[in-house]
Write a protein that binds this ligand. Structure first.
Ligand code: SAH
Length: 375
């Protein structure tokens, strides 16, 4: 790859399209059921072979040709490299919380690094996935934002993060024994709605019933966004029942322009209107994400302003104690300010919870994913 193709974005810039790069190899998980059959037919084989491969991949989570006894060796050798190429290799696996939280650093075919985090709770298993390597949204408090956008992930690169998590659960690699991933949050690296097509494909593959997809409930999937209004409207029209999370972080445009720079294009009012449109159409409560930053956005008056904006809406506020990124001048709010913020929101009748900071010791908590770990 020539050097001008990988020119990094200038700091301070909002970046929607990454530098041009080679595309990840095609994978079964990139394709709809019909496209899988077409792909197999184009290779000169009977379309039902695609269904066999789908059962191996989506149902059994197998991608090793040796473990496909219903396909002859010749067929496996032909179809597997074409439709189940190995897309990701783990570079690191870091565990904490007694082995119930695992962060994996993945290396893609082109050497690009990105991360996913599996979190096991008593009642659910949540997988936090990346949708892009890096991010172009440039939020100053977020480690991923500081690194800029490297490239969009393909649908299959997103699905593979989930499949790998489920394989680890099946094989006893996660403390607490075997289990099933119940929740997917697009809260890893990247802005999912800036990689709309691949993310939508991944949502479908993750939620389509087995063996078309992984069979995880749409209601267990959360797409989190900085607030790309046209993309929120497009998502609304898809008629899915996934949850929408909006990273608001400030109730006023003056501050939000600095914390979430895309606010210079779509203002608080427009973002919230799009969110209410989503809630109306889907009947699902929208999550408002708000990282509490000491003396920056945690004042009682801002809690009141936020409360007034959200009052009476189908909404839930998730307060995230800021995870300071290395070298950051910002830190998490004082406990008394956090408590007052919660109290003020509740006084407007707004549902609010404070997010736990799972994975903090392994740089796996919100906003810390930077893929800086090298072997
Ligand atoms: N681009 C998407 C997904 C990003 S990560 C989005 O912005 O929604 C998920 C959440 O973590 C976002 O709400 C993001 O703003 C938040 N976050 C980022 N950096 C953080 C940090 N240092 N501390 C706490 N939360 C952070």
């Amino acid at each position: 790859m020539s050097s001008e193709e990988i020119t990094p974005p200038r700091p301070g810039q909002l970046v929607f399209a990454g530098p041009r790069r080679a595309k990840p190899p095609r994978h079964l998980a990139d394709l709809t059921v019909a496209e899988r059959r077409e792909a197999v037919a184009a290779l000169g084989e009977k379309p039902f072979r695609a269904d066999q491969l789908s059962r191996h991949y989506f149902d059994r989570l197998v991608d090793d040709p040796a473990d496909m006894p219903d396909l002859s060796k010749a067929l496996r050798e032909k179809l597997v490299p074409e439709l189940l190429p190995r897309l990701l290799s783990p570079v690191r696996d870091l565990a904490c919380d007694g082995g119930r939280t695992h962060k994996t650093v993945w290396k893609a075919f082109d050497g690009v690094l990105f991360e996913s985090v599996l979190m096991r709770y008593p009642d659910r298993v949540t997988m936090c996935v990346s949708s892009q390597a890096g991010c172009g949204m440039n939020c100053p408090f977020c480690a991923t934002g500081q690194a800029g956008l490297t490239r969009n992930l393909s649908t299959a690169e997103i699905v593979e993060q989930v499949a790998a998590g489920q394989r680890a659960l099946n094989q006893g690699g996660i403390a607490g024994g075997p289990g099933r991933i119940s929740n997917i949050v697009f809260m890893g690296m990247g802005e999912p709605l800036a990689n709309y097509k691949a993310v939508l494909g991944a949502v479908r593959r993750i939620t389509d019933p087995s063996p078309s997809g992984l069979g995880i409930s749409q209601r267990g999937v959360t797409v989190s966004t900085v607030g790309l209004v046209p993309a929120i409207e497009k998502l609304t029209a898809e008629d899915l029942s996934v949850r929408l999370a909006v990273s608001l972080h400030a109730p006023d445009d003056e501050l939000r322009d600095t914390l979430v720079p895309i606010n210079t294009r779509w203002k608080v009012r427009e973002v919230l209107d799009a969110a209410w449109g989503y809630a109306r159409r889907t009947g699902r409560r929208v999550s408002i994400e708000y990282a509490l930053i000491k003396d920056v956005n945690d004042q009682a008056w801002r809690a009141d302003l936020l409360g007034r904006l959200l009052k009476g809406k189908l909404v839930h506020v998730n307060l995230i104690p800021l995870n300071p990124t290395p070298g950051s001048k910002w830190t998490a709010s004082r406990p008394e300010d956090e408590r007052e913020f919660v109290r003020r929101l509740e006084s407007h009748g707004v549902a609010v919870t404070v997010r736990d900071t799972r994975g903090r010791e392994i740089d796996g908590a919100c906003g810390q994913l930077a893929a800086a770990v090298q072997t």
